[in-house]
Design a protein around this ligand. Structure first.
Ligand code: UDP
Ligand code: MG
Length: 310
């Protein structure tokens, strides 16, 4: 039985040697399987590609620039030939040793996916943790596809599930949503959070915020509905306001007092308008990028061969 292991790497020269050593140790323990290793070098500027090339049994793809982890994952999945395919990070935050359990569970239960979920966020900043929790609450309250809190991209999938994932070739990729969208029975394997072994995370607050918005825009149109509700609410309030002013004029005769409150109301309503335009803009920009049908990634080199296009 062939098991493909897909690893996206961006500037991982520090963590990669330790990861490869651990991965080899784990796969050696697994009798009865053959392994196919697919490393995706996502435009690294350090020695990542060199380290990958030093292992002659590894397949690899190298991008012309950094296209992002989502594109790297997609490229790896497209090339994987295994009966089972596992995706894992190169920084040991997805412990390779869990693969043993994952393979046992997927066969025993005869299901299509075993995915890893962190039961805590030990070692992560308080603000980052809180924002992540808020994000999962938000997206799950709006989207019909459940996105597990603490879920990682780290998972073992059956051939048919991988085929379904590849079929979704959209430009704005949010893998956690895509895995949930394609369905299939998934077993959640829980584990304690592990910190990155070496090197630095590629995410900062802003890029995570962007990723979160991508996820929400990609998997639910509820913000648009909320925007229209807000519009309706403002309309009703404005209508009541008009009645109030007219009645006051009839009783007291002076409609011009209260300009300060008027300014506040104006600012408030224009703020809401801007917010709603922003929400609509997010969806339009996504549609725009999607209709261009640009390639998700461009390959520079693949398994020793130079390439020109994806
Ligand atoms: N990664 C990638 N392209 C990117 C950013 C990250 O291929 O543009 C890879 C990275 O090398 C690692 C995995 O994606 O193997 C997860 O990245 P990271 O550890 O920075 O994310 P975190 O674990 O902090 O969410
Ligand atoms: Mg990491």
């Amino acid at each position: 039985m062939l098991v493909s292991i897909v690893v996206p790497c961006k500037d991982e020269e520090e963590a990669l040697p330790l990861f490869i050593e651990e991965l080899k140790k784990v796969t050696k323990e697994l009798d009865g399987y053959t392994f196919e290793y697919i490393f995706v070098d996502d435009g690294s500027t350090d020695n990542t590609l060199k380290i990958i090339k030093n292992n002659h049994n590894f397949k690899y793809i190298s991008f012309t620039r950094n296209f992002g982890k989502e594109a790297a994952l997609y490229a790896g999945l497209e090339r994987a030939k295994g009966d089972y395919v596992c995706v894992m990070d190169a920084d040991m935050q997805d412990p390779p040793s869990l693969l043993i359990q994952m393979l046992e569970i997927i066969k025993e239960r005869n299901i299509d996916c075993v995915a890893a979920r962190r039961i805590n966020r030990k070692g992560e900043g308080i603000i980052r943790s809180a924002c992540a929790k808020l994000f999962y609450k938000l997206i799950n309250s709006m989207s019909t596809y459940k996105i597990e809190s603490g879920a990682r991209d780290f998972r073992l999938m059956s051939r048919r599930m991988v085929n379904s994932v590849i079929e979704i070739s959209e430009y704005n990729r949010f893998s956690k949503g895509i895995f949930s969208f394609v369905g299939y029975e998934t077993y959640w394997l829980e584990y304690e959070n592990v910190q990155r072994i070496k090197g630095k995370t590629k995410w900062n607050f802003l890029s995570l915020l962007r990723y979160g918005i991508d996820g929400i825009v990609g998997f639910t149109s509820s913000p648009l509905v909320i925007a229209s509700y807000l519009g309706m609410l403002m309309f009703v309030l404005a209508f009541l306001g008009v009645i109030f002013v007219v009645v006051r004029k009839l009783i007291y005769g002076d409609p011009t007092t209260g300009w300060a409150s008027l300014v506040c109301i104006l600012l408030f309503t224009s703020g809401i308008q801007l917010l709603c335009i922003g929400i609509i803009g997010e969806y339009i920009s996504k549609t725009y990028l999607e209709t261009k049908r640009r390639p998700l990634y461009i390959v520079k080199e693949e398994n020793g061969q130079e390439k020109g296009s994806s």
